[in-house]
Each structure stands twice: as C-alpha cells, then as structure tokens.
Design a protein around this ligand. Structure first.
Ligand SMILES: Nc1nc2c(ncn2[C@@H]2O[C@H](COP(=O)(O)OP(=O)(O)O)[C@@H](OP(=O)(O)OP(=O)(O)O)[C@H]2O)c(=O)[nH]1
Length: 195
C-alpha cells in the first residue's frame, strides 16, 4: 500500500534531486544511503508497530511519515533544502522529524560529536530515534572503502553513543523499546571487529 504513496514517491524524487552529484566514500551516489535508511526504517517500524500492539492511533500514517523523513534526513544538513521547503512540501510531522535528524554544528563544536549525539538521541522523540539509529546502522555497515582512521574514529564514537544509551537505561533515565534495543545490538555487532 505504501508503495503507492504519492508523498513517498515525491520524497524519493526530492532526495534524488537534492543529493544529485554527491557521492559516498566508495563513489556511489549519496542518495543510496537515505534510500537504504528508508528501507531499514520500514523494517524496524514494522517491528515497532507490532511491539506497540495497536496503541498507535494511525500506524499507516506514522509509517509513511517516518519513511519520508528517512529519505529526507540529510537534505537540510547536506543540501540547499531549508526547513521551510520541507514544511511546505511534506508537512509539519515530517518537518519536525527531519529537524530532529539535522545536526547543530555549533553544539557539535561545543560538546564533541559523540556527546552531542548521545544527548540528542537520549532526548529525541522515539520515532526520530528509530530513524537516527537506522542512519547509524547504515553508516557502520558502509565503511568498507573508508580509511582505517575513519573506521576507528567512527566505531569508537558509535560505541561511546551505544554504551551511553545503555548506561542511561540501567540508570533508569531512559527507556527504549525492544525495537530500538535490537537496532543498537545490530550496530554493536557490526563495529565489534574494530576493537
Ligand atoms: N560510513 C560512511 N559514512 C559516510 C560515507 N559517505 C559519507 N558519509 C557520511 O559521513 C558522516 C560521518 O562522518 P564524520 O566525519 O563523522 O561526519 P562529518 O563529515 O559530518 O564530520 C555521516 O554523516 P552524518 O550525517 O554526520 O551521520 P552521523 O555521523 O551524524 O550519524 C555519513 O553519512 C560512507 O561511505 N560511509
């Protein structure tokens, strides 16, 4: 049914247009990354909706907006797209999620990227957090052609974030769904070869 969603198709076209010419580290089109994140969001949101056992009032709409936000998650950060553009074209729910997924460079400079992302992931709405974890999962799965220095730095930063999240759960300052925990588990499995 979602395959027929005009908004999802519009978001795919928009992401392709905005990321045109941008490349991943292996030279592949950058837009392949948000498309993979969108596919993973579809899979993990299916798990999350099953876990929520009917307590979500409009699951189809939530699935659609989370997949659209995954497709658009890097547009404000890495292209000339603006918050106003996303609001006008895709509405306030998507805009709010894309803003959750957009990093604040001045805060990164102040806190360091690991601490910034740990704080952000700890406080963001659950659906945005599922998308951000899917983003991290794709990035740690896509390091084959990156330098050894990048692999070490990115894995160390990722482990700082995942252990920080798990510590907060233990301290009872954060509560994560089983779906979020399973994404964290996959991320940790992926980076363990670097330690
Ligand atoms: N693993 C990987 N990453 C690539 C590749 N090409 C581009 N990237 C991007 O690089 C960023 C991570 O590299 P950093 O060096 O930490 O980020 P920075 O460029 O923003 O400083 C990620 O974006 P980000 O939005 O900053 O994500 P996040 O680190 O905030 O989660 C990721 O999407 C690639 O081939 N492999």
């Amino acid at each position: 049914m979602l395959i027929e969603s005009p908004s999802l198709h519009a978001a795919l076209d928009y992401a392709i247009e905005k990321h045109e010419g941008q490349k991943r580290k292996d030279g592949s089109p950058y837009v392949n990354h948000p498309i993979r994140v969108c596919t993973n969001v579809n899979k993990f949101m299916t798990d999350f909706l099953a876990e929520a056992k009917g307590s979500i009032s409009n699951p189809d709409s939530l699935m659609e907006s989370s997949m659209i936000s995954a497709l658009l998650h890097d547009t404000i950060e890495d292209t000339d797209a603006t918050k106003d553009d996303i609001m006008r074209l895709f509405g306030k729910d998507v805009c709010s999620m894309v803003m959750d997924l957009t990093s604040d460079e001045s805060l990164i400079e102040k806190l360091g990227k690991g601490e910034y992302l740990l704080q952000k992931l700890s406080s963001m709405p659950r659906i945005s957090r599922i998308i951000k974890l899917c983003d991290r999962l794709d990035n740690v799965c896509d390091m084959a052609s990156a330098s050894d220095a990048f692999k070490t730095r990115y894995s160390t930063e990722t482990r700082f974030i995942t252990t920080g999240l798990l510590r907060r759960i233990k301290d009872k300052t954060l509560s994560l769904s089983r779906t979020e925990l399973s994404i964290i588990d996959k991320i940790e499995n992926e980076i363990k070869i670097y330690f």
